[in-house]
Ligand binder design. Structure first.
Ligand code: SAM
Length: 260
């Protein structure tokens, strides 16, 4: 599996790895095992990426988009007593939207924690690797993974993640995923937003920086997409709903009520 330093900075249009932590301090904690080893060997998001991702304009944009995204996954119709886990919850915009919808048993998990989210008493927040969470068996009714699967590594990592979700879900539980699928539109959009000549406002500059970093993950992940897709659709889960848009797919998988 590759590490961040093994990715080509030139290819991604980013500064060398040792320069990437420069800039204002960020209230984030990268997950570490007790012996100091990083909890994931997959490429990790840099400070540049986190700075761009948590900018107020980007957060507002995501918050506006979540009501529609959650509707497409079907979770807006779920029992409000459901215990919901948002795996790779980032800064918590999906959790906030679920809270606004009336859900009260909300758990977030991410490899890198946002201090403000940890301090938010409405949510239970865990720092862990999505592929091996350490959370108890059959403890959730619904698991979400939004715009994050391509951050988890290659097809074998995705398989580990799917198996982990199976373990965490109660019988009858659901797993909903939104992510990129490999398409010419995705490649074109990522190429377009990485070009400096189309970044003529500060919003587009921030967006361009984020897109450049996302491309570090996607350039290796997209060629693996057919294997990832087979792993999702060929898993033990049944497909409850699937919608493929120009850029994203919206997939909800179900675990049978008898747990098989
Ligand atoms: C593109 S962000 C998406 C965040 C959020 N779901 C959203 O839609 O705004 C990807 C997130 O995945 C997290 N992440 C990356 N690798 C991870 C891993 N192995 N385990 C858990 N979280 C991980 C990152 O820290 C980051 O917050």
């Amino acid at each position: 599996m590759c590490s961040l330093d093994s990715l080509s900075p030139d290819h991604c249009g980013l500064p060398a790895a040792e320069d990437r932590s420069a800039g204002a301090p960020v209230p984030l904690t990268a997950a570490r095992a007790p012996d100091g080893r990083a909890l994931t060997e997959a490429p990790q998001e840099t400070h540049t990426w986190h700075d761009a991702y948590r900018s107020p304009a980007q957060r507002r944009r995501r918050r506006r988009a979540f009501p529609r995204k959650l509707r497409l996954l079907g979770i807006d119709r779920a029992d409000r007593r459901s215990r919901v886990l948002d795996v790779c919850c980032g800064h918590g915009e999906a959790l906030e939207e679920l809270y606004a919808l009336g859900f009260r048993h909300l758990v977030g998990l991410d490899i890198t924690l946002d201090a403000a989210l940890v301090a938010d008493g409405r949510f239970e927040i865990h720092q862990a690797d999505a592929r091996d969470t350490g959370l108890p068996d059959t403890s959730f009714d619904w698991i979400l993974n939004i715009h994050s699967m391509h951050h988890l590594g290659m097809a074998p990592d995705i398989e580990r993640f799917i198996n982990e979700c199976w373990r965490l879900l109660k019988p009858g539980g659901r797993l909903s995923i939104i992510d990129f699928s490999d398409s010419p539109q995705i490649r074109l959009a990522f190429w377009w937003f990485r070009q400096s000549w189309c970044q003529w406002t500060s919003y587009l500059k921030t967006f361009g920086r984020m897109v450049s970093e996302e491309w570090c993950f996607l350039k290796d992940y997209l060629p693996q997409f057919p294997a990832v897709w087979r792993c999702l659709l060929g898993s033990r889960f049944r497909v409850e709903s699937l919608r493929r848009g120009l850029f994203y797919f919206y997939l909800t998988l179900g675990k049978e009520a008898d747990g098989t």
